[in-house]
Design a protein around this ligand. Structure first.
Ligand code: CAA
Length: 259
């Protein structure tokens, strides 16, 4: 018997599948659900017989966001002191084993952010992604402004976050938000097959591959820009810069050095 009230946890060979299970609220994320998810993820990560993890929801909703009814009367002091919604969020990204989000239906607000915190997203053709917090007078609070922008770029992220519109599965795939889109009936099987393939590889290599790829998400814009500027400066030490700029001024074709 599962000890959880808001999620289901199954193990299928070396794969753990966590299903968000608050159907009446479209899997809206409340503290109890986040506590259970965090506990289950930590347990799976520590369990040597588990090699990969799937997080999924229902056919209608992966998760429709943070529970609006639970937070409608929240004040700043309580939100700040309790580190509201984000209190267990880091657990998801701290899991060292690969985590696949299998998304059908709505993945909105915190639901989209939960999917983004996973290592990759497989979507059903009925999936709808969005950060509609702006319509509630707030902004994404669990990573949406950061992870969505890294995933799909500034223009589209601004569009999504400032208008609150939804993005369908086809646009999500075009934008690089999801790795693949499959018919709804094939979502569970596809995610499981993917997880099984990962589970079949070496444990160290899959974990290190995940760690290495995720590191690319951590570099700050300012350090990236600083690196770029110093590289730009260093090119002024090269003969090719002298030749290239001289050729422009002398209205002739540049002849660069052969390596
Ligand atoms: N919180 C609490 N309850 C929610 C919910 C949420 N985020 N989303 C849906 N529900 C509830 C509804 O209130 C409704 O409950 P009742 O039957 O008791 O009225 C039930 O789930 C079914 O929802 P709808 O009747 O609205 O279903 P629908 O199919 O007509 O619409 C929907 C679906 C478009 C997803 C719509 O429910 C919706 O817009 N939900 C809110 C989405 C949202 O704004 N998410 C962002 C939350 S803020 C956030 O997540 C902050 C953050 O960054 C962490």
């Amino acid at each position: 018997m599962t000890p959880y009230n808001n999620i289901l946890l199954e193990t299928i060979d070396a794969v753990a599948r966590i299903t968000l299970n608050r159907p009446a609220q479209l899997n809206a994320l409340n503290d109890e659900l986040m506590d259970e998810l965090s506990y289950a993820l930590t347990a799976c990560d520590a369990n040597p017989s588990i090699a990969a993890i799937i997080i999924t929801g229902s056919d209608k909703a992966f998760a429709a966001g943070a529970d609006i009814k639970a937070m409608a009367n929240l004040d700043f002091e309580t939100a700040y002191l309790n580190n509201f919604i984000t209190r267990n969020w880091d657990t998801i990204s701290n899991v060292r084993k690969p985590v696949i989000a299998a998304v059908a239906g709505f993945a909105l607000g915190g639901g989209c952010e939960l999917a983004l915190a996973c290592d990759t997203i497989v979507a059903a053709d009925n999936a709808q992604f969005g950060q509609p917090e702006i319509k509630l007078g707030v902004i994404p609070g669990a990573g949406g402004t950061q992870r969505l922008t890294r995933a799909i770029g500034k223009a589209k992220a601004m569009d999504m976050i400032l208008t609150g519109r939804m993005m369908d599965a086809a646009e999500a795939e075009r934008s690089g938000l999801v790795s693949r889109v499959v018919p709804l009936a094939e979502l569970a099987g596809t995610a499981l097959k993917m997880a099984n393939i990962i589970a079949g590889y070496g444990r160290l290599s899959t974990m290190m591959a995940k760690e290495a790829v995720n590191l690319t998400q951590e570099a700050s814009l300012s350090s990236g820009l600083q690196f770029e500027r110093r590289a730009f400066h260093s090119l002024f030490a090269t003969a090719d810069q002298k030749e290239g700029m001289a050729a422009f001024i002398e209205k002739r074709k540049a002849t660069f050095k052969k390596p």
